[in-house]
Ligand binder design. Structure first.
Ligand code: DC
Length: 224
């Protein structure tokens, strides 16, 4: 039986990645957190492509793509992101990366750089990919498309708890501001903005937990 290709898009901190990870486990699919790729490129830029004033030099970044090797490695069922053989899975969650990632993700060169590798991973099927433009741009022919949303206050609470659990210092108001700024940049950018695909199923999980969100998604997935 052919395994499905599932696209999960939506706002930051709606639980896209952890929900996708659990669905992947249940249906024996590969899970790709595409936000991690944008975060990985941002981390590289912050390490290697800064102007004297601390801002990111995008030209330098674009001419360094051939020095960026992003790779997910399977660590006991968990995909861990490596950049040039360094485990950056924790480094990409820091506030510094979160504050800069939407700026990096709106650059056409960066999106083009990451597009083909995302598509080629889905060629064989059996994948669940989460991000912002999976159902609209990366995999417009996905078998199933979902769009997750939740209120800003609920998302702030979730992100704040996630940072604390990672041992990253956080301030709830700052977390909220970062989410609002990212929502705005992600939704208003010219290329591949965050938006619901016309044929996506919308799930608002403000008042339901991860398990219930997963059950709702699974209730749509048939015949695989
Ligand atoms: O899901 P996340 O918060 O880790 O994503 C980080 C950023 O990457 C987010 O602000 C928007 C960008 N992104 C994107 O533009 N397209 C994707 N497919 C995934 C993420």
């Amino acid at each position: 039986m052919k395994k499905p290709v599932i696209a999960i898009d939506g706002f930051s901190s709606t639980g896209k990645s952890s929900i996708s990870k659990m669905i992947a486990k249940k249906l024996a699919l590969i899970h790709l957190d595409t936000g991690a790729l944008y975060r990985g490129v941002t981390w590289f830029a912050l390490q290697n492509c800064l102007n004297g004033d601390g801002s990111i030099n995008t030209d330098q970044l674009f001419s360094s793509f051939d020095q960026i090797e992003l790779e997910f490695k399977n660590d006991d069922g968990e995909l861990v992101l490596f950049l040039n053989h360094i485990d950056i899975s924790k480094a990409i969650r820091t506030n510094e990366v979160s504050d800069n990632v939407s700026f990096i993700a709106k650059q056409k060169e960066v999106r083009d750089f990451l597009l083909e590798s995302q598509r080629s991973l889905a060629e064989k099927g059996g994948i669940i990919m989460d991000g912002r433009d999976i159902g609209t741009v990366v995999l417009p022919n996905a078998d199933y498309k979902f769009f997750l949303t939740a209120s800003i206050d609920e998302r702030t609470k979730r992100r704040y708890m996630e940072l604390l659990s990672l041992g990253i210092e956080a301030n709830e108001q700052k977390v909220k501001e970062n989410l609002m700024i990212r929502d705005k940049i992600d939704s208003e950018r010219e290329i591949a903005p965050l938006k619901q695909a016309e044929d996506a199923i919308v799930i608002d999980n403000t008042n339901i937990d991860k398990q219930e969100t997963i059950e709702r998604i699974l209730s749509y997935i048939k015949d695989f």
